[in-house]
Design a protein. Structure first.
Length: 557
């Protein structure tokens, strides 16, 4: 695309002495491999008819990559590439290294210790890993990090219920909790503590007191008291559970940023910027008044002197900067905190504008099972991350008579990734494991099918004998043309941070291959060498695209 664009721009300069950047699009196949409306743009500046401008450009333009140029409609130029050039794009795709030497921090998942991983954490983990891989494909060095609340009211609620359950500050009582039950046990304690906080004034008062004690554990670096021992033990249970789950879905994190570490950083900054007028005092609290920016006021340090989520986020962005000196920070969260993040970032913009400019906040909706409703860990009716995976396993067992973790993970990941990031996701287990539609298993099967063809031919990596690819047959060219789009699709997905572009392309590619294969013999055909090369390139493209989505590409299913 860059080569063709440059040829057009050079021709425009030579013929009309105008500097302009032509834009190429991919038209329907019968209208060429690329098209441009640059003649319509030029016509306005040159005060000429767009068709006349287009015809002048077509007469003057030449490139070894172009086999034919056509003027269409009021002045569109359709561009047909040579078979050889198109084939080189398809057989040897190159992802633009647009982010070479860039440092990117990708923050996603962000579960809170003392609570269970829910479907939203699974979703943002899948999205976050795919985006991290896209960034890496474009040449960036990506640091995957995680942020979570190991202090705060939710911790105090859980700690209160833990003490109720084990009969007081008795750390040894925790030994009775089986390893595989710890995460659910902590989740149940949170629900119990949250319920008590809402209906029992005595419990509420005790929980508020425990909240301060948890902060004191960190402030004094207490690891010796019975209360601290219970706290640290249960916090570690959460991190062990997180690590195990992330490993099972194929992602991992370089660093966890607990709020207990970011809060002191944030407090120091907020107090310093309070003196400079960025933050103001209000009823004993410290706030940022966002109304002057079209936002709203939020509390950063409450009247009890404790930092809120806002201050912890201030500390987080500074901690990430101190650790990585990033060129870009990508933060992926649910869309319920959009307005919250606007206020936090606007406050930071007053004293560290470059960090805000380098921060991209991506948001998504909630995850529901088909026919389900939004669920909440506070009421205990949460849709857990593991529930989604179990539903995929159940659906796969029903459809195929067996379970296959690779297929089930592929089903869930693809179902989450194929819609455009932003809206709610309705997960349908049966659709996700189907081999008949736009699903992860369908693409996994498509890859295995291509590898099977190569295996039957007795080759793993065929080579084209001739140095140039010429005289492609119609079906061959259609497949080659589709494969040639891959690099452009990945470039677009990187630029927009939208993995769904890759999903859409891979499904269309698999359909293009099926049309080719159904109409053309590959093995024992006079064009076997070329066609095996196309099968191989197709399989490699599928495998690379699935890898960007963190989905296995099995040799067999």
């Amino acid at each position: 695309m860059e080569e063709i664009t440059q040829a057009i721009n050079t021709t425009i300069k030579a013929v009309f002495n105008v500097d302009i950047q032509a834009e190429l699009t991919r038209p329907a196949e019968q209208f060429g491999d690329y098209a441009t409306n640059v003649a319509l743009q030029l016509a306005q500046r040159l005060k000429k008819g767009p068709k006349d401008v287009a015809e002048q450009l077509v007469r003057a333009m030449a490139s070894p990559a172009i086999s034919k140029l056509e003027v269409a409609g009021p002045g569109f130029i359709n561009i047909f590439l040579t078979d050889d050039f198109l084939s080189r794009q398809a057989l040897h795709p190159t992802i633009t290294q647009s982010l070479k030497d860039s440092v990117v921090v990708a923050e996603y998942s962000d579960p809170n210790p003392f609570k269970v991983l829910h479907a939203g954490h699974l979703y943002t983990s899948v999205i976050g890993e795919a985006i991290a891989r896209l960034l890496e494909a474009a040449g960036a060095t990506v640091h995957r990090v995680n942020f979570g609340g190991d202090v705060g009211l939710h911790v105090a609620k859980t700690m209160w219920a833990i003490l109720q359950e084990i009969g007081g500050e008795l750390p040894k009582s925790l030994d009775t909790i089986a390893v595989d039950k710890r995460a659910d046990w902590l989740s149940d304690r949170y629900v119990a503590g949250n319920t008590a906080y809402g209906i029992d004034e005595k419990a509420k008062s005790a929980i508020i007191g425990l909240n301060k004690r948890v902060y004191d554990v960190h402030a004094t670096n207490d690891h010796d008291s019975a209360f601290a021992e219970i706290y640290w033990t249960c916090r570690q249970w959460s991190y062990d559970y997180f690590d195990q789950f992330y490993e099972s879905i194929g992602t991992s994190f370089e660093k966890y940023y607990p709020e207990s570490q970011t809060a002191p950083i944030g407090v120091k900054i907020v107090e310093a910027e309070l003196k400079k007028g960025v933050y103001q005092k209000s009823d004993g609290a410290i706030v940022f008044k966002g109304e002057q920016y079209g936002l709203h006021t939020r509390v950063f340090i409450n009247s009890q002197g404790l930092p809120t989520y806002e201050t912890k986020d201030v500390g987080l962005i500074m901690a990430k900067w101190q650790d990585y000196h990033f060129d870009q920070s990508v933060v992926i969260t649910g869309n319920d905190i959009v307005e919250y993040m606007k206020v936090v970032l606007k406050s930071i913009e007053q004293f560290e504008p470059k960090l805000v400019q380098a921060t991209t906040h991506l948001t998504h909706g909630i995850v529901k099972l088909k026919g389900g409703q939004k669920m909440s860990s506070r009421q205990g009716n949460i849709l857990r991350a593991v529930d989604v995976l179990n539903e995929a396993a159940r659906a796969n067992q029903a459809a195929s008579g067996k379970t296959n973790q690779s297929v089930e993970l592929g089903a869930v990941k693809y179902a989450f990734l194929k819609p455009r990031l932003g809206a709610d996701v309705i997960y349908d287990p049966e659709d996700s494991v189907s081999l008949q539609g736009n699903s992860g298993p369908y693409l996994q099967y498509a890859h295995a099918r291509a590898r099977s063809i190569l295996s039957k031919a007795g080759t793993k990596q065929p080579k084209i004998n001739q140095t140039r690819v010429e005289n492609l047959e119609e079906d061959e060219r259609s497949l080659v043309r589709k494969m040639s789009e891959y690099s452009e699709v990945v470039d677009k997905a990187v630029k927009e941070l939208m993995p769904h572009h890759v999903c859409t392309y891979l499904y269309e590619l698999a359909q293009a291959f099926n049309r080719f294969y159904e109409a053309n013999r590959v093995i024992d055909d006079k064009r076997q060498d070329l066609r095996l090369s196309l099968v191989y390139a197709y399989a490699q493209t599928l495998k690379h695209g699935l890898a960007l989505l963190n989905i296995d590409a099995p040799e067999k299913i």
